[in-house]
Design a protein around this ligand. Structure first.
Ligand SMILES: [Zn+2]
Length: 133
C-alpha cells in the first residue's frame, strides 16, 4: 500500500484517508453534470462545478491496467518488493489505483474482476472472477 503519512494529509486527501480508515472507498458524483469523480476534489474536473457529493463505492470493478514494481516508488515500499499496482474501473464509473493482491491460482490480468478492500493508507484489490482468456 501507499503508506501515505496520514498526519500530513489535508482537505480532500484527508477525507479520502478517513473514509478508508472507516472501511469505505469513496468517490464523488457531480450534481450538475452527473460525472463520477475519483480522486476527491473541490471542483468537478468536467464542468468546474463545486457541487460534488461523496458516495461510497460498492468496491467491485474490472482491472484496466497493472504493473509489477521491482523498484519501490518510495522508501516505505522497499520491503514490499515486488508488488503489483493496478488501475481498476469501479462499477460506479471511476478509475481507482491500488495494490493488487496475489491470487491463489496465478497472476491476475487486464479484464479480470476484482473487489476493493480499503485499508487506512490505500486500497488492495483481490480477485473476484477471471476474464475468459
Ligand atoms: Zn460536473
Amino acid at each position: 500500500m501507499s503508506r501515505v503519512p496520514v498526519d500530513h494529509a489535508r482537505g480532500e486527501e484527508l477525507t479520502y484517508l478517513q473514509a478508508l480508515a472507516e472501511g469505505r472507498v469513496v468517490f464523488q458524483v457531480c450534481d450538475d453534470c452527473g460525472s463520477a469523480v475519483w480522486y476527491l476534489r473541490t471542483v468537478c474536473p468536467f464542468c468546474m462545478s463545486a457541487a460534488l457529493r461523496e458516495h461510497t463505492a460498492v468496491g467491485t470493478g474490472t482491472i484496466h491496467s497493472l504493473t509489477t514494481l521491482h523498484r519501490a516508488g518510495n522508501a516505505a515500499r522497499v520491503g514490499d518488493l515486488p508488488y503489483t499496482v493496478a488501475l481498476v474501473d469501479l462499477d460506479e464509473g471511476v478509475r481507482v489505483i491500488g495494490d493488487l493482491a496475489d491470487a491463489d491460482n496465478g497472476p491476475l490480468a487486464i479484464g479480470d474482476r476484482v473487489t476493493a478492500h480499503p485499508y487506512p493508507d490505500g486500497v488492495v484489490f483481490e480477485a473476484l472472477e477471471r476474464n475468459a482468456r
